[in-house]
Design a protein around this ligand. Structure first.
Ligand code: 4NP
Length: 154
């Protein structure tokens, strides 16, 4: 069975869609079969495509995320995915509170997988300038590479 990974942020229009796109790209480059998806804790943007600035940052690096559609996390996701990865610490707290006690999926903070970045957030670029999206892209690529390294070692 391929690993299945769900990336989670607040709106599911900036960071987690970028993480999903980065993870698909990295796994494709490596020839590793995985299932990647993303969701938000909030419902404001359900059905929306990724923020145009997130799309542009991904596309500048050769990754097209325009086909994604925002959705809200549901309790069933905790059994559907073997890895549930929060983009920041407040999202991690929120999804930990939603997580059913018997859920099988492992919950983690995205940058905990990156040596030297433990405990850090992927900064929310939504209310900031364009360069926040380039920074977020660099973070999600580093996280995707490191997470896949970890999963492949198992
Ligand atoms: P994301 O960014 O969590 O990385 O998708 C945000 C997008 C929208 C909102 C907050 C964060 N919002 O409040 O609408």
């Amino acid at each position: 069975m391929p690993h299945s990974i769900l990336f989670v942020c607040l709106g599911n229009i900036c960071r987690s869609p970028m993480a999903e796109g980065a993870m698909r790209w990295v796994s494709e480059q490596r020839g590793t079969d995985i299932i990647a998806d993303s969701a938000g804790t909030g419902s404001w943007h359900v059905g929306d495509p990724p923020d145009r600035r997130a799309q542009a940052a991904a596309l500048a690096n050769g990754v097209d995320i325009s086909g994604q559609q925002a959705r809200q996390i549901s309790v069933r996701d905790f059994d559907r995915f073997d890895q549930i990865v929060a983009m920041d610490r407040s999202v991690l707290r929120d999804i930990d509170a939603l997580r059913p006690e018997m859920a099988s999926g492992a919950l983690s903070l995205f940058l905990d997988h990156v040596a030297g970045r433990e405990g850090q957030d992927v900064a929310d670029p939504y209310y900031g300038e364009e360069d926040g999206f380039a920074l977020a892209w660099a973070d999600v690529m580093a996280g995707a590479e490191a997470l896949l390294d970890r999963l492949e070692r198992r």
